[in-house]
Ligand binder design. Structure first.
Ligand code: 6PG
Length: 255
């Protein structure tokens, strides 16, 4: 099934060191290109294995892409939805990544079985226990001996260089012995506690789609794509991604 791709999606493409870099000419193109890349990977996985497993990041950037994806004709009942990270808030809270993605992707629609939507339980008073439960879910889903390799994973880059909820100078990006981590609040930065997938899961993604927009991200994108300690700039972890890494930026976010 060919996706309807307008001329607007023909983003500019540049070869790049770590992964591919696509530069969209507008906010609309950025969303359309992201949705098309996600849709193609989803279709490939469902045609190959009957199921596509998608891990969603939160934040503001992906919203347009999720809304565009929701408008496409996809095998919705064959997609399983997971989260890359979640804030320690109730599932109906405005800062919940689950709430945002559920709204933007219309995950409540009839063709999406509720048992295919796997939110992280950020509201749990014991985030460590919630992290362990999510890890068990991932193990059940992907198999104990297999890699936890999502077919599609959306990722962002925070102004401080974080990705997922792996924040600078916390050691979070260095954790390799768990799939899911409970992250302490950082009140001095106005950050609530979090749950997050860890680097081993990020690095196993078959398609890691890094969505970045805006001039405020220009410097941190350059730092992330340069060498240096990952704990200083956790989004440097993208350089270890084994699958297809696509940086999808707008012109403002590029040097
Ligand atoms: C979150 C996200 C986080 C996000 C970056 C970028 O829970 O906040 O998962 O990692 O991707 O903070 O966010 P923006 O897209 O809003 O810049």
């Amino acid at each position: 099934m060919e996706l309807e791709v307008s001329h607007a999606v023909a983003g500019e493409s540049r070869s790049a060191g770590a992964g591919e870099m696509l530069i969209a000419g507008s906010r609309v193109e950025h969303a359309a290109l992201a949705a098309e890349l996600m849709a193609r990977a989803i279709l490939e996985a469902t045609q190959k294995r009957g199921v596509a497993r998608v891990a969603l990041s939160g934040g503001s950037t992906p919203a347009d892409a999720y809304r565009h994806l929701a408008s496409l004709d996809l095998p919705w009942s064959q997609i399983e939805w997971f989260w890359v990270d979640e804030r320690a808030v109730p599932p109906d809270h405005e800062r919940s990544n689950y709430t945002s993605a559920r709204r933007d992707l219309l995950l409540d629609r009839a063709e999406i079985p509720a048992d295919r939507v796997h939110r992280m339980e950020g509201e749990d008073e014991d985030l460590g226990a919630a992290a362990e439960r999510y890890e068990r879910l991932l193990r059940r889903t992907f198999g104990v001996a297999s890699a936890v390799s999502f077919d599609v994973m959306t990722l962002g880059v925070g102004d401080d260089g974080h990705t997922a909820s792996l924040f600078p100078n916390t050691g979070g990006v260095l954790v390799e012995d768990r799939l899911v981590l409970a992250v302490a609040a950082q009140p001095e930065k106005g950050l609530e506690a979090r749950l997050t997938l860890t680097s081993p899961v990020l690095c196993e993604a078959a398609l890691a789609l890094v969505l970045v927009r805006g001039a405020t991200k220009r410097n941190v994108v350059a730092k992330a794509r340069s060498g240096g300690p990952e704990d200083d700039v956790p989004s440097r972890v993208f350089r270890r991604i084994k699958g297809r890494l696509v940086w999808l930026l707008d012109h403002d976010a590029t040097g």
